[in-house]
Design a binder for this molecule. Sequence first.
Ligand code: HEM
Length: 375
Amino acid sequence: MEHKSTNEFFCLPELVPNFDFSGPSLSSLVAWLDSTETSDFSLQCAGLLTLEQLLAEFFSLTTHEQICCKCVTGWLLHRVRSETTEYPEPLLKFDIIISQHLGSYVGSCSNIGFYYNWKSAEVSPGSAYSTQLLKDQKIEARFRLLPGDAGQSFDHFMIGHVVMEAHANDAFVAALEMVDSIKKGHSIDHSLQILCEVVTHFSRVFANYFHPEKTTKASHWPGIQKCLKLPEYFGMGGVQNTSIHIFGLIIGLSTPEHKMNAELEVLGAKHYTHKQRQVVECFTKNRDVLKDYINTAASPTERELYQKIIARMASWRSIHKQRVGTYISATTAQSHSKVYQTSANQHGTLEEIQHQLDHRIVETRALQPGCPHNP
Ligand code: HEM
């Protein structure tokens, strides 16, 4: 596997997100999105935009700035669509064209909408940064997408994803080294220890940021979820977070058997930028390397560490499932309907969704060496 520098940002922005566009049309989009934090958010601003001018300004940006721009247009579409059934014509067309250019898809998604929506008092927009800044949680949402307390919950929801991804980067570096070590016949104890620590951080960060009473409050979930949806296209789903998806590839998880989980993976992939897609493909190519090694040639210590990683990953999925239950119940109680429509347009009762999530938990546990279901 090609080994890049350890400063590799993988799926995170290569520089601090920068929304200081010099062009007047793109600046007006930023101002429009900034107004979502106030209760007088207007749906009319799109009338002032022309597609030609937007495109002219967009194509004078660097790739990093172009992705920042896509973060703005994606969120604007979601935000407007959550208030009305209409899509502002020039905005939609602009978003479609720039999505095609970047390799991504219509609307917002975690791997742009969350990963690019942050700022920090310690670094200026457009400058270099270290992922330590994100792991130390010295960031806040750049765009607050809902007014009031719900906006604060939404901030926690978005920043939690970014912090998880920053921890995931350590696992990605360790996994690249591990594949090299396996090929050279060297011990992989150290890399496995890092994977083990990362998955522990996943659970800690998840439990903090997605706490239904303290951070992402369950009472705010229906409002947040409304903004995550884009019913005519695809909304935002968990699989668009590369952290859990790539971690699964590293430990050797196969494509999900449950149809709905498999669909989610296809949907997630649609949203990746060209670079994010390359990162995911690089790990997909090597998805069986560690699993095969553990089942054939690993030392007892390596097997033990791998078992620990699997157990902890299954435990992350169990916490996720339990929290998902709380958020869904808050929404169905408000809508008086047993059927929940997920942000990624899937429909199901709580029991059906729990069953879907159980499938992936079972598939994760089945990776344990010696498990009768281990493929
Ligand atoms: C309040 C927080 C969250 C809620 C309410 C939630 C909800 C859901 C729901 C309803 C599903 C199943 C169907 C679907 O996505 O359409 C799902 C699946 C999934 N979610 Fe989440 N999610 C949350 C946070 C996260 C986070 C932070 C991550 C990863 C960083 C994540 C990763 C996943 C993955 C990977 C799946 C696919 C099933 C699996 O692989 O286990 N979710 N989530």
